[in-house]
Ligand binder design. Structure first.
Ligand code: ADP
Length: 250
């Protein structure tokens, strides 16, 4: 397996001829945990869509696990939690288990799960602490509970790369802490590579190994040590916020 999980080369993207991403070149190694930050509208979600092949780039290329999208057959190696889950009809009569199990279906057919599908779903529900509500209808749950079900869906295939777009917004503080700890554990113990898009730089600073600051271009991409020493980042965050982020990371 190549050491690089993602390799983007000169990626650019325009919507209706307005360029929103320009010349994005970076690579991410297996086991990296990248916090992706930047102002609203800076192109974070678009970059995620380009990585996942949900939007074709206007220019440039991206490889995931050493392959272009056309050659990537095993999409179950990627777990994705989109920012907006409101494409989903809350009145759809599916149970928590059924929604979580959707993460085992890929374009190329069912995922290979060592202990069987049921065991994989059980495990994901336990990780998110929702095993006891497995038979409830998703539409009957609170926003925070629904969010946990969608996180379970992203984790159920045991992905090697997890991409999470603002995952913690609907979670109560305790669940949020548990969730960040869980991500950290998956990263450290199972070497799962993670991209976490977030506004919550404090939480991210605690766990992520790298930080990418995007504003149409990559303004900064590096380790937290580099972040703490970056004058560009001092200008953007201000010395005290930068210090707090660095302190939390330490
Ligand atoms: P972020 O995730 O950082 O908030 P986005 O990638 O969602 O940024 O958006 C980047 C820019 O592209 C914004 O100006 C946004 O309005 C625009 N944009 C995003 N999606 C679309 C779309 N489907 N059609 C047209 N413009 C879009």
């Amino acid at each position: 397996m190549p050491a690089e999980v993602i390799k983007a080369l000169d990626l650019s993207h325009s919507y209706n001829s307005a360029e929103v991403l320009s010349g994005i070149t970076f690579s991410m190694k297996r086991g990296d945990y990248v916090g992706l930050v930047g102002p609203n509208g800076s192109g974070k979600s678009t970059l995620i869509k380009l990585i996942l092949g949900l939007e074709p780039p206007s220019r440039g290329s991206v490889e995931v696990f050493g392959r272009g999208h056309k050659d990537l057959t095993d999409w179950n190696r990627i777990g994705y939690l989109p920012q907006k889950i409101n494409f989903f009809n809350p009145h759809f009569p599916s149970t928590v288990r059924e929604v979580a199990a959707l993460g085992l279906i890929s374009a190329k057919g069912p995922a290979r799960t060592p202990g069987g599908k049921r065991a994989a779903v059980d495990h994901a529900l336990e990780l998110l602490n929702i095993a006891d509500i497995g038979d409830r209808l998703i539409g009957d749950l609170s926003g925070g509970q629904q969010q946990r079900v969608f996180i379970a869906r992203a984790l159920v295939s045991g992905p090697e790369l997890l991409i999470l777009d603002e995952p913690a917004t609907a979670l109560d503080p305790e669940t949020r802490d548990n969730f960040f700890s869980l991500l950290s554990e998956l990263n450290k113990q199972k070497n799962v590579s993670i991209i976490l898009v977030t506004h919550d730089i404090g939480s991210m600073g605690k766990f992520a190994s790298k930080l990418m600051y995007l504003d149409k271009k990559i303004i900064f991409y590096g380790s937290f040590d580099e972040f703490c020493r970056s004058d560009t980042m001092t200008q953007i965050f201000g010395p005290s916020s930068q210090h707090i982020i660095c302190h939390k990371h330490g």
